[in-house]
Write a protein that binds this ligand. Structure first.
Ligand SMILES: [Zn+2]
Length: 301
């Protein structure tokens, strides 16, 4: 099955594998030796390994005694370059970055399980809010379509949404607790946006949101923070913070949340190629912060 994420190197093929490139660089009595993981499509990762092989074959020999290890490093790279796509290794590396491989595999319609679950959840929540008073007001349907599009982006067309919302028959119930963690927070955020759409947030709406948070099995703090944020009107400062967060993930402040989620996962994947250490940890912290600002938080799947 294909993965819904582009290779970070060519940005045209999907991510297929992870490959280890080994390097050895000698300098008289010293040597730099180690390995590095590359994530991407089969051919880009192979090129990275071959690049490391070429470099080590030139620079590996020039120290004693470690230089005599050069042929081993070259062979390790040959073996790594010849390997087929390694799904297990890719899954493990993604898991280290807090991303689940299962969540990234697309179905026949080109959606990941998280996207599909989010779509079913958003449609169901908005449908029940529109029909809460027994009929579907044209204005409410318009607002519902807008909010669904803000959350889901191109996952579903506006006309399909309109048809679903105008149908008095309730859409399929989402299997709420089985929606992946991040998608649950996005769904909660979408529900909060609907509640705030008419600018008056009634106590009954707050209670409904809290109930939804419990049905989603979200940490109480996540739900409370989202509900509390409804009372704080957007100001220049919060707009500025959102802009910084959007820049960090390479999106805009109006990018649909489903795509913000994808951008975040891609950034985490790219972070896997950085050298392990303080700088990478800081970078990952920044990504998590930015994702939290734009979507309302991150919870484990
Ligand atoms: Zn590639």
């Amino acid at each position: 099955m294909a993965i819904a994420m582009d290779c970070p190197h060519c940005e045209s093929a999907p991510v297929e594998t992870v490959r280890t490139a080994w390097f050895l660089q000698g300098l008289l009595l010293f040597a730099r030796w180690g390995s590095r993981s590359y994530v991407g499509c089969t051919s880009c990762t192979r090129n990275k390994v071959l690049g490391s092989l070429a470099l080590s074959s030139v620079l590996g020999w020039w120290c004693f005694p470690w230089g005599i290890g050069t042929p081993v490093v070259l062979l390790q790279n040959v073996a790594s370059a010849m390997e087929g796509a390694n799904r297990n290794a890719l899954g493990n590396l993604l898991a280290d970055q807090g991303v689940s491989l299962d969540e990234l595999e697309v179905d026949a319609d080109g959606r990941t399980p998280a996207q599909k679950a989010l779509m079913v959840g958003v449609i169901s929540v908005i449908h029940s809010m529109i029909w809460a008073d027994g009929d579907a007001d044209e204005r409410e349907v318009d607002t519902g379509v807008d909010i669904a599009r803000q959350t889901l982006g191109d996952l579903i067309s506006a006309s399909e949404l309109r048809t679903a919302f105008l149908d008095p028959e309730a859409p399929p119930e989402p299997d709420l607790p089985h929606i992946p963690g991040d998608a649950r927070v996005i769904l909660m955020k979408a529900a909060a946006t609907i509640a705030a759409a008419d600018e008056v947030i009634e106590e009954s709406e707050r209670e409904e949101l809290r109930a939804l948070g419990r049905r989603l099995e979200l940490p109480e703090m996540v739900a409370d923070t989202l509900i509390a944020s409804l009372d704080q009107p957007e100001n220049e400062e919060s707009e500025g913070v959102k802009q910084i967060a959007a820049d960090t993930l390479g999106v805009t402040t109006s990018t649909p949340l489903a795509q913000v989620h994808q951008a975040y996962q891609a950034a985490r994947l790219a972070a896997a190629e950085l050298d392990e250490g303080e700088a990478r940890a800081q970078h990952v912290d920044q990504l998590e912060w930015a994702y939290g600002v734009l979507t309302g938080g991150r919870v484990a799947a």
